[in-house]
Design a protein around this ligand. Structure first.
Ligand code: PLP
Length: 421
């Protein structure tokens, strides 16, 4: 007979407590959370049907209507990182066999394509070189050719640092009866986004970019047209009856329980139907992220990202680095720069982290080893963080043998600030 040694775990050396070093996160996300958001997360828990919780949820919905610039009733949080929101939107809006058009201009376009394929869609992809965006005429031509049920695209793609203009495409989609979904994770809060004004039917985001929070909650908003599609396919409408294979509803039910936006809408709606248990501490975080943005004003938040982003651009140029990507469509909150010839980009990033506790971003796919990505977003879209990063980078570049003029980065950024004052 074998016996279980129950003493082993009790006598094992306990792990030390988590005590992370202080970092300045100047990459493409995550970034340092605003301390006010971290404080909100440490508040006491309440039960999921406590009237106080219901009130916080209603406030969160209202705050995100401001952030998304929408009057959509269906504005809520999906528990999970941004990808959970993306997947919830796509699996809830797309039935197997539906045509979905995905314009790809960076890494996250490939993600949308992959999720739509898994949802059983007939996916049509058009591609642009990384660092560029689609002219609207190209999107219109593809819409007319493919005649999709859904156009799914990324607004700002952090992998390439550029943002696809969306102002005009919503109206084009409406005329053709096409739903428009946009992943605004990277752009929201730091770049103008007008859900209703631009006619976007579904938008999803995350907290760890311009919203100044940790990852783990995905704000989502749906237009009435999108809600209609979701409700038709949600198992809430089908009730709890068991569907047989020859039942037409069975074929078209949303193929996820956790990410069924119809059920999540009922959980957030007046009926408060039980689905998951809302991630309370993340809701506190999401609430505070949106509250801070609403207090600042969305236009002011975008202007802040534009100012500090442009100071970072000036500083990096001052250090002699070449900017990457179509600058006319650069996002305010992340800058791509080419790694200078002859230096090891990863070694330089490691030195920046080791000696200055500053993190900047590497890059993916075709850009790997070619560019660094420097984020200026959320809580870190500030003058002191921009200047500190430039000063440290100057030192690291010089140590690596790159000829840089002393003070050239910080000086150029300060000039930019003086011009803006
Ligand atoms: C950063 C980013 C995400 C992040 O997704 P997570 O699930 O939160 O890691 C998604 N989409 C875009 C466009 C991004 O830039």
């Amino acid at each position: 007979m074998t016996t279980l040694d129950t003493r082993a775990p009790a006598t094992a050396t306990p792990s030390p407590a988590i005590d992370p070093p202080r970092r300045l996160l100047m990459g493409p996300g995550p970034i340092d959370a605003d301390p006010r958001v971290l404080r909100a997360m440490s508040a006491s828990l309440v039960g999921q049907y406590d009237p106080v919780m219901t009130q916080y949820m209603a406030q969160t919905q209202e705050l995100y209507r401001t952030v998304f610039r929408t009057t959509n009733d269906a504005t809520l949080l999906v528990d999970g990182t941004s990808r959970a929101g993306i997947e919830a939107a796509i699996v809830s809006l797309v039935s197997p066999g539906d045509r979905v058009l995905v314009p790809v201009f960076g890494r996250f376009g490939h993600l949308l394509r992959e999720i739509a394929e898994r949802a059983g869609a007939e996916v049509h992809v058009i591609e642009r070189e990384w660092g560029t965006v689609f002219p609207t005429s190209e999107l219109v031509a593809a819409l007319d050719e493919v005649r999709p049920h859904l156009l799914a695209l990324v607004h700002g793609d952090t992998s390439t640092t550029v943002a696809q203009p969306l102002e005009e495409i919503g109206a084009v989609c409406r005329e053709r009866g096409v739903l428009l979904y946009a992943d605004v994770t990277a752009s929201l809060g730091g770049n103008t986004f007008a859900m209703d004004g631009w006619g976007v039917d579904a938008a999803t985001a995350g907290l760890q970019k311009c919203l100044a929070g940790p990852s783990g909650s995905s704000p989502v908003s749906l237009s009435d047209r999108a809600v209609e599609v979701v409700r038709r396919r949600s198992s809430v409408e089908a009730g709890l009856r068991v569907l047989t294979d020859d039942d037409p509803d069975a074929v078209d039910r949303i193929r996820s329980n956790y990410l069924d936006l119809g059920q999540i809408l009922e959980y957030w709606g007046p009926r408060r139907l039980n689905h998951h248990t809302e991630a309370t501490s993340m809701l506190y975080a999401a609430h505070e992220c949106a509250r801070l943005l609403a207090e600042e004003g969305m236009d002011a938040a975008v202007a802040r990202h534009a100012l500090h982003g442009s100071a970072m651009v000036a500083g990096l140029s001052g250090l002699g680095l070449r900017l990457f990507g179509d600058q006319a469509h650069r996002m305010n909150n992340v800058v791509g720069v080419e790694i200078p010839d002859g230096i090891d980009g990863e070694a330089a990033r490691a030195a920046l982290l080791r000696d200055f506790a500053i993190e900047i971003g590497t890059s993916f796919g075709p850009l790997h080893g070619r560019i660094w990505r420097v984020g200026v977003m959320g809580y870190n879209a500030r003058r002191d963080t921009v200047l500190t990063t430039l000063a440290a980078l100057e030192h690291v570049l010089r140590t690596a043998g790159v000829p840089v003029t002393a003070g050239a980065g910080v000086g150029a950024a300060l000039e930019r600030y003086a011009d803006a004052a």
